[in-house]
Design a protein around this ligand. Structure first.
Ligand code: ADP
Length: 402
C-alpha cells in the first residue's frame, strides 16, 4: 500500500510518498512559495532530484506538480496515480474534539475550519490542502487527518487550564492544547520499546522536541500529563524566533509603548523574539553556536537563557511525574546538538544522571547517551512525523482502531 503524506502550510506543501510495504519513502518534496513565484523540489529514494521554478497560484496547482512528478519525467516513482491508496494530512490544531486521527468527512473539514480561530495560518492552509487533494485524487481515495494536538488530549484540566476567567474556556476554548504531539507520540513509543515496556504501564518519560519550534512533554503510563506549548505553539521556552512564556504584562506594556496592534504583537512574539530576538544574530542554532564560538555575548546569553528555561521545565515535570525513567531528545536541534543535551543532563547530575560524553557526540541516530549506572536513561531518538501519519492513515483505511 502506498500512502501520500501531506503537510500543507499557507504558502507551502510538503509531501512524501511512502510504500508501507517496508515503510520506504519512495519520493519526497516541497512546493514552496505557493501564490508567490513558486519553487518545486522533488527527490526520489534512489537519488534523483528535480528542482524547478514553476508558477503555483494555489494548492491545487501545487498538487498538479506533485502528481506529475510522481508519475512522469525524471522523478517518476509510480506508473499510475491509482497506486496511491490513501492520503494522510498533518493538521496543527484539532482542539478538544480530536484525540486521535480520523477519516476525512465533510464534517471533519468543517471542524478543522472552525478551529482556524485558534490556529489561523495553519488550519486554513490545511483545509486548502485537503480540498486540493480531493480535487486532485478524487473522492474515492480515502483521506485521513492526523492532529498535532491529539496526543496531548490526555492532559488533566489542572495542567491545561490557564488562570484567566473560566468563561473564556467555555466561550473561546482558551486552554493549553500542546503541539508536536505526533513527534512526541512517535519518540515516546519508541522509548517505551527501548525500556522494554511497550504498554507504558508504570513509566515516566520526558520528551524534548527541539527544532525551530520546540516543546517538552511529560508522559506518564504512556499518556501526556503536561506539555510546554499552550493555546498556540508560542508558549514554553525560547525557540528560534518565538519568545516562549513571558510575564503577560510584558506583552501589554510593549503594545502600549509601541502602539502595536494584536497582530503586530503576535508577529513580534512569534517571528522576532526567542534566540533571534536576544542574540540579534539568527534563529538558526548553528549560526548561534558559531557566533558564541566567535565570542558574541548576546548569542551566549540567548543560549544560556534557553538552557535555563528548559532545565526549569524538566525539573518541574520530574516533580509532576513523581520521578523520571527516561529523557528523549529529538528533532533538528535535539538530534544534533550535543552541547545542549550535555548541559541539560549535567544539570541533573545531582539526581544521579550520568552522561556518556562519547555517546553524546551522536548526530541523528538512535543512541542511549547516558552511562549504564545513570539513575535516568537518556536517548537520542530521531523523530518521524510523516511515518506516524502514514501508519495512522493505513490503520484507518484498513478499519483498525487506533
Ligand atoms: P522545524 O521545527 O522547522 O521542523 P527542525 O526540527 O528541522 O525544525 O530543526 C531546525 C533546527 O535544527 C535549526 O535551528 C538548525 O540549526 C538545527 N539543526 C539542524 N541540523 C543541525 C546540525 N547538524 N547541527 C546543529 N543544529 C542543527
Amino acid at each position: 500500500m502506498k500512502i501520500l503524506v501531506i503537510n500543507a502550510g499557507s504558502s507551502s506543501l510538503k509531501y512524501q510518498l511512502i510504500d508501507m510495504d517496508g515503510e520506504i519513502v519512495l519520493a519526497k518534496g516541497n512546493c514552496e512559495r505557493i501564490g508567490i513565484d513558486g519553487k518545486f523540489t522533488h527527490k526520489t529514494n534512489d537519488g534523483r532530484v528535480i528542482t524547478k521554478q514553476v508558477d503555483m497560484p494555489d494548492h491545487t496547482a501545487a498538487f498538479a506538480q506533485v502528481k506529475e512528478a510522481l508519475i512522469s519525467g525524471e522523478g517518476k516513482v509510480i506508473d499510475d496515480l491509482s497506486e496511491v491508496s490513501a492520503i494522510g494530512h498533518r493538521i496543527v490544531q484539532g482542539g478538544s474534539k480530536f484525540d486521535h486521527s480520523v477519516l476525512v468527512t465533510e464534517q471533519v473539514i468543517q471542524d478543522i475550519a472552525d478551529y482556524a480561530s485558534l490556529a489561523p495560518l495553519h488550519n486554513k492552509a490545511h483545509v486548502q490542502g485537503i480540498n486540493a487533494a480531493i480535487a486532485a485524487f478524487g473522492k474515492d481515495v480515502p483521506e485521513v487527518v492526523v492532529f498535532d494536538t491529539a496526543f496531548h488530549q490526555t492532559m488533566p484540566p489542572t495542567a491545561y487550564m490557564f488562570g484567566v476567567p473560566y468563561r473564556y474556556y467555555e466561550q473561546y476554548g482558551i486552554r493549553r492544547y500542546g503541539f508536536h504531539g505526533t513527534s512526541h507520540r512517535y519518540v515516546s513509543q519508541r522509548c517505551l520499546e527501548l525500556l522494554g515496556k511497550p504498554d507504558g504501564k508504570g513509566t515516566k518519560i520526558i520528551s524534548c522536541h527541539f527544532g525551530n519550534g520546540s516543546s517538552v512533554t511529560a508522559i506518564k503510563d504512556g499518556k501526556v500529563i503536561d506539555t510546554t506549548m499552550g493555546l498556540t505553539p508560542l508558549d514554553g521556552f525560547m525557540m528560534g524566533t518565538r519568545s516562549g512564556a513571558v510575564d503577560p504584562s510584558v506583552v501589554t506594556y510593549i503594545m502600549e509603548k509601541e502602539h502595536l496592534t494584536p497582530h503586530e504583537m503576535d508577529e513580534l512574539l512569534n517571528k522576532q523574539s526567542g534566540m533571534l530576538g536576544i542574540s540579534g544574530v539568527s534563529s538558526d542554532d548553528r549560526d548561534i553556536a558559531a557566533a558564541i564560538e566567535a565570542g558574541n555575548e548576546r548569542a551566549k546569553l540567548a543560549w544560556d537563557m534557553r538552557t535555563y528555561e528548559i532545565i526549569k521545565y524538566i525539573g518541574g515535570y520530574i516533580v509532576a511525574l513523581g520521578g523520571v525513567d527516561a529523557l528523549i531528545f529529538t528533532a533538528g536541534i535535539g538530534e544534533n546538538q550535543p552541547t545542549l543535551r550535555a548541559e541539560i543532563l549535567n544539570a541533573l547530575s545531582f539526581y544521579g544522571v550520568k552522561l556518556d560524553a562519547e555517546k553524546n557526540k551522536v548526530h541523528g541516530e538512535e543512541t542511549e547517551i547516558t552511562a549504564p549506572d545513570s539513575t535516568v536513561r537518556a536517548f537520542v531518538i530521531p523523530t518521524n512525523e510523516e511515518l506516524v501519519i502514514a501508519r495512522d492513515t493505513k490503520a484507518i483505511v484498513e478499519g483498525k482502531a487506533l
